[in-house]
Design a protein around this ligand. Structure first.
Ligand code: MSP
Length: 505
Protein backbone atom coordinates (compact mmCIF):
# COMPACT_ATOMS: atom_id res chain seq x y z
CA UNK A 1 0.00 0.00 0.00
CA UNK A 2 1.20 3.53 -0.76
CA UNK A 3 1.46 5.95 2.16
CA UNK A 4 2.41 9.61 2.34
CA UNK A 5 3.89 11.20 5.47
CA UNK A 6 4.64 14.90 5.86
CA UNK A 7 6.20 17.19 8.43
CA UNK A 8 5.50 20.92 8.61
CA UNK A 9 7.88 22.89 6.46
CA UNK A 10 10.05 24.93 8.77
CA UNK A 11 10.67 28.68 8.73
CA UNK A 12 14.16 29.61 7.67
CA UNK A 13 14.49 32.57 10.06
CA UNK A 14 16.58 30.59 12.55
CA UNK A 15 18.50 27.39 13.09
CA UNK A 16 16.70 24.07 13.63
CA UNK A 17 16.10 23.06 17.24
CA UNK A 18 14.91 19.95 19.06
CA UNK A 19 11.26 20.77 18.30
CA UNK A 20 11.90 20.63 14.54
CA UNK A 21 14.10 17.59 15.00
CA UNK A 22 11.31 15.81 16.88
CA UNK A 23 8.55 16.06 14.28
CA UNK A 24 10.99 15.06 11.56
CA UNK A 25 12.31 12.08 13.57
CA UNK A 26 8.72 11.05 14.26
CA UNK A 27 8.02 11.03 10.51
CA UNK A 28 11.17 9.00 9.87
CA UNK A 29 10.17 6.49 12.57
CA UNK A 30 6.75 6.13 10.93
CA UNK A 31 8.32 5.68 7.50
CA UNK A 32 10.53 2.84 8.74
CA UNK A 33 7.66 1.34 10.75
CA UNK A 34 5.47 1.22 7.64
CA UNK A 35 8.29 -0.08 5.47
CA UNK A 36 8.71 -2.99 7.86
CA UNK A 37 5.06 -3.78 7.18
CA UNK A 38 5.81 -3.84 3.45
CA UNK A 39 4.28 -0.46 2.60
CA UNK A 40 5.64 1.97 0.02
CA UNK A 41 6.12 5.27 1.85
CA UNK A 42 6.78 8.73 0.47
CA UNK A 43 8.02 11.12 3.14
CA UNK A 44 8.41 14.84 2.63
CA UNK A 45 9.83 17.62 4.74
CA UNK A 46 11.27 21.00 3.84
CA UNK A 47 11.51 24.71 4.47
CA UNK A 48 8.99 27.54 4.35
CA UNK A 49 10.92 30.36 2.74
CA UNK A 50 8.53 33.25 2.27
CA UNK A 51 6.79 35.85 4.44
CA UNK A 52 7.61 38.73 6.68
CA UNK A 53 9.60 36.82 9.30
CA UNK A 54 12.05 35.36 6.80
CA UNK A 55 12.20 38.72 5.02
CA UNK A 56 13.11 40.64 8.19
CA UNK A 57 15.76 38.11 9.21
CA UNK A 58 17.27 38.25 5.73
CA UNK A 59 17.32 42.06 5.81
CA UNK A 60 19.00 42.01 9.24
CA UNK A 61 21.61 39.53 7.95
CA UNK A 62 22.30 41.83 5.00
CA UNK A 63 22.49 38.94 2.55
CA UNK A 64 21.00 38.58 -0.93
CA UNK A 65 17.76 36.64 -0.52
CA UNK A 66 18.81 33.57 -2.52
CA UNK A 67 22.03 33.24 -0.56
CA UNK A 68 20.19 33.68 2.73
CA UNK A 69 17.50 31.10 1.94
CA UNK A 70 19.94 28.55 0.61
CA UNK A 71 22.11 28.91 3.71
CA UNK A 72 19.21 28.69 6.16
CA UNK A 73 17.47 25.82 4.39
CA UNK A 74 20.85 24.06 4.29
CA UNK A 75 20.97 24.13 8.11
CA UNK A 76 17.80 22.05 8.23
CA UNK A 77 18.95 19.65 5.52
CA UNK A 78 22.30 19.23 7.26
CA UNK A 79 20.83 18.38 10.65
CA UNK A 80 18.24 16.04 9.10
CA UNK A 81 20.99 14.30 7.15
CA UNK A 82 23.07 14.04 10.30
CA UNK A 83 20.09 12.47 12.09
CA UNK A 84 19.79 9.86 9.33
CA UNK A 85 16.38 11.14 8.24
CA UNK A 86 15.35 9.19 5.15
CA UNK A 87 13.11 11.80 3.53
CA UNK A 88 12.13 11.30 -0.10
CA UNK A 89 11.65 14.95 -0.95
CA UNK A 90 12.88 18.16 0.63
CA UNK A 91 10.55 20.92 -0.52
CA UNK A 92 11.70 24.53 -0.66
CA UNK A 93 8.81 26.89 -1.25
CA UNK A 94 11.12 29.26 -3.14
CA UNK A 95 11.52 26.53 -5.75
CA UNK A 96 9.80 26.83 -9.11
CA UNK A 97 7.93 23.46 -9.05
CA UNK A 98 6.11 24.47 -5.85
CA UNK A 99 5.42 28.03 -7.03
CA UNK A 100 3.86 26.77 -10.24
CA UNK A 101 1.29 24.67 -8.36
CA UNK A 102 0.46 27.60 -6.04
CA UNK A 103 -0.08 29.91 -9.02
CA UNK A 104 -2.32 27.45 -10.83
CA UNK A 105 -4.47 26.91 -7.72
CA UNK A 106 -4.77 30.68 -7.15
CA UNK A 107 -5.75 31.25 -10.77
CA UNK A 108 -8.35 28.51 -10.64
CA UNK A 109 -9.94 29.77 -7.39
CA UNK A 110 -9.86 33.38 -8.61
CA UNK A 111 -11.48 32.44 -11.93
CA UNK A 112 -14.22 30.62 -10.04
CA UNK A 113 -14.93 33.77 -7.99
CA UNK A 114 -13.71 32.28 -4.72
CA UNK A 115 -11.14 35.00 -4.09
CA UNK A 116 -12.29 38.58 -3.58
CA UNK A 117 -10.59 41.94 -2.87
CA UNK A 118 -11.52 44.20 0.07
CA UNK A 119 -9.95 46.37 2.76
CA UNK A 120 -9.28 44.96 6.17
CA UNK A 121 -8.17 46.16 9.55
CA UNK A 122 -6.76 43.65 12.01
CA UNK A 123 -4.17 42.73 14.62
CA UNK A 124 -1.24 40.95 13.03
CA UNK A 125 1.27 38.69 14.84
CA UNK A 126 4.41 38.49 12.79
CA UNK A 127 5.63 35.46 14.76
CA UNK A 128 2.57 33.45 13.70
CA UNK A 129 2.25 35.25 10.36
CA UNK A 130 -1.47 35.44 11.15
CA UNK A 131 -4.17 38.00 11.92
CA UNK A 132 -5.43 37.54 15.47
CA UNK A 133 -8.74 38.12 17.18
CA UNK A 134 -8.79 39.80 20.62
CA UNK A 135 -9.87 36.42 22.01
CA UNK A 136 -6.68 34.77 20.67
CA UNK A 137 -4.50 37.02 22.86
CA UNK A 138 -3.50 36.61 26.51
CA UNK A 139 -4.63 38.86 29.38
CA UNK A 140 -1.92 41.41 28.47
CA UNK A 141 -2.99 41.56 24.85
CA UNK A 142 0.07 39.54 23.73
CA UNK A 143 0.26 36.56 21.39
CA UNK A 144 0.43 33.59 23.80
CA UNK A 145 3.07 31.83 21.70
CA UNK A 146 5.36 34.76 20.93
CA UNK A 147 4.76 36.98 23.95
CA UNK A 148 4.61 40.00 21.66
CA UNK A 149 1.84 42.54 21.01
CA UNK A 150 0.37 42.16 17.53
CA UNK A 151 0.41 45.22 15.26
CA UNK A 152 -2.74 46.95 14.07
CA UNK A 153 -2.75 46.84 10.28
CA UNK A 154 -5.17 48.40 7.77
CA UNK A 155 -4.79 47.08 4.25
CA UNK A 156 -6.47 46.22 0.97
CA UNK A 157 -6.08 42.53 0.38
CA UNK A 158 -7.47 39.44 -1.30
CA UNK A 159 -9.64 37.08 0.71
CA UNK A 160 -10.83 33.50 0.51
CA UNK A 161 -14.14 32.76 2.23
CA UNK A 162 -14.03 30.02 4.83
CA UNK A 163 -17.50 30.41 6.34
CA UNK A 164 -19.42 28.59 3.56
CA UNK A 165 -17.48 25.42 4.45
CA UNK A 166 -17.79 25.59 8.23
CA UNK A 167 -20.76 23.23 8.56
CA UNK A 168 -19.24 20.74 6.16
CA UNK A 169 -15.99 20.69 8.15
CA UNK A 170 -17.77 20.27 11.48
CA UNK A 171 -19.66 17.33 10.11
CA UNK A 172 -16.52 15.86 8.58
CA UNK A 173 -14.72 15.95 11.93
CA UNK A 174 -17.70 14.46 13.73
CA UNK A 175 -18.00 11.66 11.18
CA UNK A 176 -14.26 10.92 11.23
CA UNK A 177 -13.28 10.81 14.91
CA UNK A 178 -9.76 9.62 14.04
CA UNK A 179 -9.05 12.37 11.53
CA UNK A 180 -7.35 14.59 14.10
CA UNK A 181 -5.40 12.62 16.70
CA UNK A 182 -5.13 12.72 19.70
CA UNK A 183 -8.82 13.51 19.97
CA UNK A 184 -8.46 16.42 22.42
CA UNK A 185 -7.19 18.44 19.43
CA UNK A 186 -10.27 17.47 17.40
CA UNK A 187 -12.34 18.91 20.23
CA UNK A 188 -10.30 22.11 20.09
CA UNK A 189 -10.94 22.43 16.38
CA UNK A 190 -14.66 21.76 16.82
CA UNK A 191 -14.70 24.53 19.41
CA UNK A 192 -13.10 26.93 16.91
CA UNK A 193 -15.81 25.93 14.45
CA UNK A 194 -18.63 26.96 16.79
CA UNK A 195 -18.15 30.62 15.78
CA UNK A 196 -18.47 31.91 12.21
CA UNK A 197 -15.13 31.87 10.40
CA UNK A 198 -13.55 35.11 9.23
CA UNK A 199 -12.53 35.34 5.59
CA UNK A 200 -8.92 34.22 5.18
CA UNK A 201 -6.66 36.98 3.96
CA UNK A 202 -4.58 35.25 1.30
CA UNK A 203 -2.40 38.13 0.10
CA UNK A 204 0.08 40.68 1.40
CA UNK A 205 0.81 43.98 -0.36
CA UNK A 206 4.33 44.04 -1.75
CA UNK A 207 4.84 47.41 -0.06
CA UNK A 208 4.94 45.46 3.25
CA UNK A 209 6.04 41.97 2.24
CA UNK A 210 8.09 41.40 -0.89
CA UNK A 211 9.20 37.85 -0.10
CA UNK A 212 6.46 35.66 -1.52
CA UNK A 213 4.80 34.26 -4.60
CA UNK A 214 3.32 37.08 -6.69
CA UNK A 215 -0.43 36.73 -7.17
CA UNK A 216 -1.02 35.65 -10.77
CA UNK A 217 -3.90 38.16 -11.03
CA UNK A 218 -2.34 41.20 -9.26
CA UNK A 219 1.35 42.01 -9.42
CA UNK A 220 1.15 44.38 -6.42
CA UNK A 221 0.60 41.50 -4.02
CA UNK A 222 2.30 38.33 -2.90
CA UNK A 223 0.54 35.21 -1.62
CA UNK A 224 -0.02 34.92 2.13
CA UNK A 225 2.64 32.56 3.49
CA UNK A 226 0.21 30.02 4.96
CA UNK A 227 -1.83 29.75 1.75
CA UNK A 228 1.44 29.15 -0.08
CA UNK A 229 3.02 26.82 2.52
CA UNK A 230 0.05 24.48 2.97
CA UNK A 231 0.01 23.82 -0.76
CA UNK A 232 3.46 22.22 -0.37
CA UNK A 233 1.69 19.07 0.74
CA UNK A 234 0.24 18.60 -2.72
CA UNK A 235 2.89 20.34 -4.84
CA UNK A 236 5.37 17.82 -3.40
CA UNK A 237 3.23 14.98 -4.77
CA UNK A 238 3.15 16.82 -8.12
CA UNK A 239 -0.57 17.51 -7.94
CA UNK A 240 -2.00 17.87 -11.42
CA UNK A 241 0.54 15.66 -13.16
CA UNK A 242 1.25 12.60 -10.96
CA UNK A 243 -0.85 9.51 -11.84
CA UNK A 244 -0.10 8.12 -8.33
CA UNK A 245 -1.33 11.27 -6.55
CA UNK A 246 -4.62 9.73 -5.41
CA UNK A 247 -3.13 6.52 -4.08
CA UNK A 248 -0.63 8.40 -1.91
CA UNK A 249 -3.16 11.01 -0.83
CA UNK A 250 -5.70 8.32 0.19
CA UNK A 251 -3.29 7.23 2.96
CA UNK A 252 -1.70 10.50 3.92
CA UNK A 253 -0.59 11.77 7.32
CA UNK A 254 0.29 15.31 8.36
CA UNK A 255 2.49 15.54 11.45
CA UNK A 256 2.47 18.83 13.34
CA UNK A 257 2.54 20.41 16.77
CA UNK A 258 -0.47 22.11 18.27
CA UNK A 259 0.85 25.61 17.37
CA UNK A 260 -0.31 25.13 13.81
CA UNK A 261 -3.57 23.28 14.42
CA UNK A 262 -5.77 25.99 12.97
CA UNK A 263 -4.04 26.34 9.58
CA UNK A 264 -3.86 22.54 9.19
CA UNK A 265 -7.27 21.59 10.47
CA UNK A 266 -9.37 24.55 9.35
CA UNK A 267 -7.74 26.52 6.50
CA UNK A 268 -6.21 23.52 4.75
CA UNK A 269 -9.19 21.12 4.54
CA UNK A 270 -11.33 24.03 3.34
CA UNK A 271 -8.73 25.01 0.73
CA UNK A 272 -8.61 21.39 -0.42
CA UNK A 273 -12.40 21.16 -0.57
CA UNK A 274 -12.48 24.27 -2.77
CA UNK A 275 -9.77 22.78 -4.99
CA UNK A 276 -11.74 19.50 -5.18
CA UNK A 277 -9.50 17.24 -3.07
CA UNK A 278 -10.46 15.20 0.01
CA UNK A 279 -8.87 16.20 3.35
CA UNK A 280 -5.58 14.56 4.30
CA UNK A 281 -6.02 11.06 5.76
CA UNK A 282 -5.00 11.94 9.30
CA UNK A 283 -3.55 14.86 11.25
CA UNK A 284 -1.20 13.67 13.98
CA UNK A 285 -0.75 16.46 16.48
CA UNK A 286 1.74 16.63 19.32
CA UNK A 287 2.42 19.00 22.19
CA UNK A 288 5.49 21.14 22.78
CA UNK A 289 8.89 20.37 24.10
CA UNK A 290 9.18 22.75 26.97
CA UNK A 291 12.62 24.24 27.43
CA UNK A 292 14.10 26.24 30.23
CA UNK A 293 11.72 28.73 31.76
CA UNK A 294 8.86 26.21 31.47
CA UNK A 295 7.67 27.61 28.15
CA UNK A 296 7.59 26.29 24.59
CA UNK A 297 11.03 26.13 23.11
CA UNK A 298 11.27 28.56 20.27
CA UNK A 299 13.77 30.56 18.29
CA UNK A 300 12.11 33.84 19.19
CA UNK A 301 12.27 33.09 22.92
CA UNK A 302 15.90 31.91 22.77
CA UNK A 303 15.43 28.85 25.05
CA UNK A 304 16.21 26.14 22.53
CA UNK A 305 18.05 22.82 22.84
CA UNK A 306 20.37 22.50 19.84
CA UNK A 307 20.15 19.03 18.24
CA UNK A 308 23.75 19.25 17.01
CA UNK A 309 24.98 19.74 20.56
CA UNK A 310 22.98 16.73 21.78
CA UNK A 311 24.22 14.57 18.90
CA UNK A 312 27.84 15.55 19.65
CA UNK A 313 27.27 14.45 23.22
CA UNK A 314 25.32 11.18 22.87
CA UNK A 315 24.92 10.32 19.19
CA UNK A 316 21.80 10.40 17.08
CA UNK A 317 20.00 7.24 18.04
CA UNK A 318 19.65 7.69 21.80
CA UNK A 319 18.26 11.13 20.99
CA UNK A 320 15.72 9.60 18.59
CA UNK A 321 14.65 7.04 21.18
CA UNK A 322 14.40 9.61 23.95
CA UNK A 323 12.29 12.01 21.93
CA UNK A 324 9.83 9.35 20.83
CA UNK A 325 9.56 7.81 24.28
CA UNK A 326 9.39 10.97 26.38
CA UNK A 327 6.71 12.92 24.48
CA UNK A 328 3.42 12.67 26.33
CA UNK A 329 0.30 11.99 24.34
CA UNK A 330 -1.84 15.01 24.89
CA UNK A 331 0.24 17.50 26.80
CA UNK A 332 3.66 19.16 26.70
CA UNK A 333 6.91 17.50 27.74
CA UNK A 334 9.99 18.95 29.40
CA UNK A 335 13.40 18.56 27.80
CA UNK A 336 16.89 19.34 29.02
CA UNK A 337 20.39 17.95 28.67
CA UNK A 338 20.12 16.24 32.05
CA UNK A 339 16.84 14.50 31.08
CA UNK A 340 18.45 13.36 27.84
CA UNK A 341 21.39 11.94 29.80
CA UNK A 342 19.00 10.05 32.08
CA UNK A 343 17.29 8.51 29.05
CA UNK A 344 20.68 7.52 27.66
CA UNK A 345 21.65 5.78 30.89
CA UNK A 346 18.39 3.83 30.93
CA UNK A 347 19.09 2.52 27.44
CA UNK A 348 22.66 1.66 28.36
CA UNK A 349 21.51 -0.25 31.46
CA UNK A 350 18.52 -2.02 29.95
CA UNK A 351 19.86 -2.89 26.51
CA UNK A 352 23.56 -2.19 26.05
CA UNK A 353 24.76 -3.93 29.22
CA UNK A 354 22.60 -7.00 28.68
CA UNK A 355 23.81 -7.44 25.11
CA UNK A 356 27.44 -7.14 26.21
CA UNK A 357 27.06 -9.53 29.17
CA UNK A 358 25.33 -12.33 27.32
CA UNK A 359 27.57 -12.14 24.28
CA UNK A 360 30.73 -12.16 26.37
CA UNK A 361 29.39 -15.22 28.21
CA UNK A 362 28.76 -17.08 24.98
CA UNK A 363 32.11 -16.02 23.62
CA UNK A 364 33.95 -17.21 26.70
CA UNK A 365 32.07 -20.41 27.50
CA UNK A 366 30.72 -21.71 24.20
CA UNK A 367 33.54 -20.58 21.91
CA UNK A 368 31.09 -18.00 20.60
CA UNK A 369 28.70 -20.64 19.17
CA UNK A 370 25.01 -19.76 19.45
CA UNK A 371 23.40 -22.84 21.06
CA UNK A 372 20.50 -22.94 18.62
CA UNK A 373 19.90 -26.69 18.94
CA UNK A 374 18.66 -26.52 22.53
CA UNK A 375 15.05 -27.26 23.34
CA UNK A 376 13.60 -24.56 25.53
CA UNK A 377 11.57 -24.83 28.72
CA UNK A 378 8.06 -23.41 29.00
CA UNK A 379 9.47 -20.54 31.05
CA UNK A 380 11.87 -19.63 28.21
CA UNK A 381 9.18 -19.87 25.55
CA UNK A 382 6.93 -17.67 27.64
CA UNK A 383 9.54 -14.89 27.54
CA UNK A 384 10.01 -15.18 23.78
CA UNK A 385 6.33 -15.51 22.98
CA UNK A 386 5.22 -12.62 25.14
CA UNK A 387 7.92 -10.35 23.69
CA UNK A 388 6.99 -11.38 20.11
CA UNK A 389 3.32 -10.89 20.76
CA UNK A 390 3.76 -7.43 22.25
CA UNK A 391 5.76 -6.34 19.18
CA UNK A 392 3.39 -7.98 16.69
CA UNK A 393 0.46 -6.21 18.36
CA UNK A 394 2.09 -2.76 18.09
CA UNK A 395 3.08 -3.33 14.49
CA UNK A 396 -0.57 -4.04 13.62
CA UNK A 397 -1.51 -0.48 14.58
CA UNK A 398 -1.91 2.49 12.31
CA UNK A 399 0.54 5.39 12.38
CA UNK A 400 -0.32 7.45 15.43
CA UNK A 401 1.44 9.30 18.23
CA UNK A 402 0.19 6.63 20.64
CA UNK A 403 1.67 3.92 18.40
CA UNK A 404 5.12 5.53 18.39
CA UNK A 405 5.14 5.94 22.16
CA UNK A 406 3.76 2.44 22.65
CA UNK A 407 6.48 0.96 20.44
CA UNK A 408 9.21 2.57 22.52
CA UNK A 409 7.47 1.55 25.78
CA UNK A 410 7.08 -1.98 24.54
CA UNK A 411 10.80 -2.17 23.82
CA UNK A 412 11.73 -0.91 27.27
CA UNK A 413 9.30 -3.42 28.82
CA UNK A 414 10.80 -6.26 26.78
CA UNK A 415 14.30 -5.23 27.89
CA UNK A 416 13.20 -5.11 31.52
CA UNK A 417 11.49 -8.48 31.28
CA UNK A 418 14.57 -9.99 29.69
CA UNK A 419 16.90 -8.50 32.30
CA UNK A 420 14.73 -9.99 35.00
CA UNK A 421 14.71 -13.39 33.30
CA UNK A 422 18.48 -13.26 32.91
CA UNK A 423 19.10 -12.20 36.49
CA UNK A 424 16.65 -14.77 37.95
CA UNK A 425 18.30 -17.61 36.05
CA UNK A 426 21.83 -16.62 37.07
CA UNK A 427 23.64 -18.04 34.01
CA UNK A 428 26.99 -16.98 35.53
CA UNK A 429 26.34 -19.62 38.24
CA UNK A 430 24.97 -22.28 35.87
CA UNK A 431 28.07 -22.21 33.75
CA UNK A 432 30.26 -23.20 36.68
CA UNK A 433 28.41 -26.51 37.14
CA UNK A 434 28.91 -29.16 34.42
CA UNK A 435 25.46 -30.69 35.19
CA UNK A 436 23.75 -27.36 34.56
CA UNK A 437 25.32 -26.69 31.17
CA UNK A 438 22.10 -27.51 29.29
CA UNK A 439 20.19 -24.96 31.39
CA UNK A 440 22.97 -22.43 30.76
CA UNK A 441 22.54 -22.92 27.01
CA UNK A 442 18.76 -22.55 27.24
CA UNK A 443 19.08 -19.29 29.15
CA UNK A 444 21.65 -17.71 26.88
CA UNK A 445 19.83 -18.85 23.75
CA UNK A 446 16.57 -17.37 25.03
CA UNK A 447 18.35 -14.13 25.84
CA UNK A 448 20.05 -13.94 22.44
CA UNK A 449 16.82 -14.73 20.61
CA UNK A 450 14.91 -12.11 22.58
CA UNK A 451 17.66 -9.60 21.74
CA UNK A 452 17.12 -10.46 18.07
CA UNK A 453 13.41 -9.70 18.44
CA UNK A 454 14.17 -6.45 20.25
CA UNK A 455 16.67 -5.42 17.58
CA UNK A 456 14.06 -5.98 14.87
CA UNK A 457 11.34 -4.08 16.70
CA UNK A 458 13.68 -1.21 17.55
CA UNK A 459 14.70 -0.60 13.93
CA UNK A 460 12.39 2.39 13.22
CA UNK A 461 13.64 4.12 16.37
CA UNK A 462 17.33 3.20 16.28
CA UNK A 463 18.24 1.72 12.89
CA UNK A 464 22.00 1.50 13.50
CA UNK A 465 21.55 0.00 16.95
CA UNK A 466 19.25 -2.59 15.36
CA UNK A 467 21.90 -3.53 12.80
CA UNK A 468 24.68 -3.60 15.41
CA UNK A 469 22.73 -5.98 17.63
CA UNK A 470 21.83 -8.23 14.72
CA UNK A 471 25.45 -8.22 13.58
CA UNK A 472 26.62 -9.26 17.04
CA UNK A 473 24.20 -12.22 16.74
CA UNK A 474 25.36 -13.11 13.21
CA UNK A 475 21.83 -12.30 12.11
CA UNK A 476 22.43 -9.13 10.14
CA UNK A 477 21.39 -10.63 6.82
CA UNK A 478 17.84 -11.12 8.08
CA UNK A 479 15.32 -8.97 6.27
CA UNK A 480 13.72 -6.53 8.69
CA UNK A 481 9.98 -7.15 8.64
CA UNK A 482 7.14 -6.87 11.11
CA UNK A 483 7.14 -10.64 11.63
CA UNK A 484 8.23 -11.60 15.08
CA UNK A 485 8.75 -15.35 15.16
CA UNK A 486 10.12 -16.66 18.43
CA UNK A 487 13.00 -19.15 18.54
CA UNK A 488 14.20 -18.30 15.06
CA UNK A 489 17.83 -17.39 15.79
CA UNK A 490 19.84 -19.87 13.76
CA UNK A 491 23.32 -21.30 14.03
CA UNK A 492 26.24 -18.93 13.99
CA UNK A 493 28.85 -17.27 16.13
CA UNK A 494 28.36 -14.20 18.26
CA UNK A 495 30.69 -11.28 17.68
CA UNK A 496 31.73 -9.31 20.75
CA UNK A 497 30.50 -5.81 19.91
CA UNK A 498 31.70 -2.33 20.74
CA UNK A 499 29.49 -0.91 23.50
CA UNK A 500 26.18 0.30 22.07
CA UNK A 501 26.01 3.18 24.52
CA UNK A 502 29.49 4.14 25.72
CA UNK A 503 29.86 5.78 29.14
CA UNK A 504 28.92 9.46 28.90
CA UNK A 505 30.70 10.80 31.94
N1 MSP B 1 6.27 27.23 8.52
C1 MSP B 1 5.26 26.85 9.42
C2 MSP B 1 4.66 25.52 9.05
C3 MSP B 1 4.07 25.45 7.67
S1 MSP B 1 3.51 23.84 7.29
C4 MSP B 1 2.63 24.02 5.92
C5 MSP B 1 5.84 26.75 10.82
N2 MSP B 1 7.16 26.61 10.91
S2 MSP B 1 8.00 26.43 12.28
O1 MSP B 1 9.40 26.52 11.90
O2 MSP B 1 7.55 27.35 13.26
O3 MSP B 1 7.74 24.97 12.73
C6 MSP B 1 6.64 24.63 13.54
C7 MSP B 1 6.70 23.15 13.81
O4 MSP B 1 8.02 22.77 14.32
C8 MSP B 1 5.76 22.65 14.88
O5 MSP B 1 4.45 22.46 14.41
C9 MSP B 1 6.45 21.37 15.29
O6 MSP B 1 6.30 20.41 14.29
C10 MSP B 1 7.88 21.81 15.34
N3 MSP B 1 8.20 22.48 16.59
C11 MSP B 1 8.72 23.72 16.73
N4 MSP B 1 8.88 23.99 18.05
C12 MSP B 1 8.48 22.95 18.78
C13 MSP B 1 8.49 22.66 20.16
N5 MSP B 1 8.95 23.47 21.06
N6 MSP B 1 8.00 21.46 20.53
C14 MSP B 1 7.54 20.54 19.62
N7 MSP B 1 7.56 20.80 18.32
C15 MSP B 1 7.98 21.99 17.87
O7 MSP B 1 5.06 26.78 11.76
Amino acid sequence: MKKYITTPIYYTNGAPHIGHAYTTILADVFKKFEQMKGNDVFFSTGTDEHGQKNQHTCEAAGLPIDVFLEKQSGLFQAVFDRMGIDYDYFVRTSGEPHKEVVRSILTDLYDRGMIIKKSYEGLYCEGCEQFKKESDLDENGLCPDHKKAPKLILEENYFFRLEPYREWLREYIQLHPDWIKPQNYAKEVLKMLEEPLDDLCISRPKSRVWLGIELPFDKDFVTYIWFDALINYISTLKFGSNPDFNSYWANSYHLLAKDILKPHCIYWPIMLKAIGIEPVGKCIVHGYWIGEGGVKMSKSLGNVVDPNEVIDMMGVEPLRFYLINAMSISSDSPISISLLKQGYKQLANALGNLQMRVIKMVDKNLQGEIPSDVSLLAEDMEVLESVSKSFADVYKKDIDLETAIELSDCIMQACNKLNMYFANNEPWGLVKDETKMERFKQVVYTTLDALRLIATAIYPLMPNVAHSILKSLSADNEKLTAEFNPKALGVGKVIVPDPLFPYLG
